[in-house]
Design a protein. Structure first.
Length: 278
């Protein structure tokens, strides 16, 4: 990661040190429960779409003059209120929540609690809540694992992983994002898979009806680790045990050195994406 990018983020960390400390907060977002109250976006779809297009151009997305992750987050902070923003985080690491919190302190961090996560992933979530100036929101599926098993049979993830992801990840996130946000951040990186190679910095998310921002799209896996090390942010212990991409425990396997970092996701199946970013 460039010294310039670390420097931009470091300046925000130093500014943040002057703010009063904030107790970490955690919320549980059950089925049908609003997140930030019963608020609705104040701007129309057309306004948000135009803002996304303008921002993507202003930030030089996919050009030689592309903005750094810190500059992308600063652009969001200049155009959106904290209550209008959410960070989607798989709890593989906390680099993205840490970066966003420098510009939008107290931002909601959405954790899709599928019921199938590794113990290390839940431990990382708890550390993020404890250490960072964010508000963790556990986003829950409509059904518990036991209820899903009763309707569809045990281990749906093995027989129909697409349906399992749709019910435990895609629908809950869509419901959460529709509760009043105008913009959401993802940790999608272009180096993760060919399907992500042309990921823009900013786009309008037609399915969810809000602006989608991918500030670390240009980062490599090493850049992510460099940032986490530079700022001592929580990192899932599995990252050091051969898991560069971490999903649900039954569907995630360790990856050998040099292999596609996402090859451990749905190993042995044709599936390569959960559907959140399609």
């Amino acid at each position: 990661m460039s010294a310039r990018n670390i420097g931009l983020a470091q300046s925000r960390v130093e500014e943040g040190a002057q703010r009063p400390s904030r107790n970490p907060a955690t919320a549980r977002q059950g089925f049908g429960t609003p997140l930030r109250g019963s608020s609705t976006p104040t701007r129309s779809a057309d306004e948000l779409r135009a803002l996304a297009e303008a921002g993507n151009a202003e930030l030089g997305s996919l050009t030689d003059q592309e903005a750094s992750p810190a500059e992308v987050v600063a652009w969001v902070a200049a155009n959106f209120a904290t209550d209008a923003a959410a960070v989607a985080c798989s709890m593989a690491d906390a680099a993205l929540p840490h970066l966003v919190a420098q510009y939008l302190p107290g931002v909601d961090v959405l954790f899709l609690d599928t019921g199938y996560h590794f113990a290390e992933t839940y431990a990382t979530r708890d550390e993020v809540a404890r250490q960072l100036d964010v508000r963790i929101v556990d986003v829950l599926p409509e059904q518990t694992v036991d209820e899903q098993d009763a309707e569809f049979g045990a281990e749906l993830f093995a027989r129909d992983p697409g349906l399992c992801c749709a019910r435990r990840k895609v629908e809950p996130l869509q419901r959460a994002l529709g509760s009043g946000y105008e913009v959401w951040f993802t940790g999608v990186r272009r180096d993760e898979a060919p399907t992500r190679a042309l990921t823009p910095l900013v786009t309008y998310d037609e399915r969810n009806g809000l602006v989608k921002v991918n500030p670390v799209a240009a980062w490599t896996f090493d850049d992510l680790l460099d940032y986490a090390g530079a700022f001592q942010v929580p990192v899932n212990l599995l990252m050091s045990q051969g898991y560069p991409s971490i999903g649900c425990e039954p569907c995630t396997k360790p990856v050998a050195a040099g292999e596609d970092p996402r090859s451990g996701r749905w190993a042995g199946l044709a599936k390569t994406e959960c559907g959140l970013h399609l």
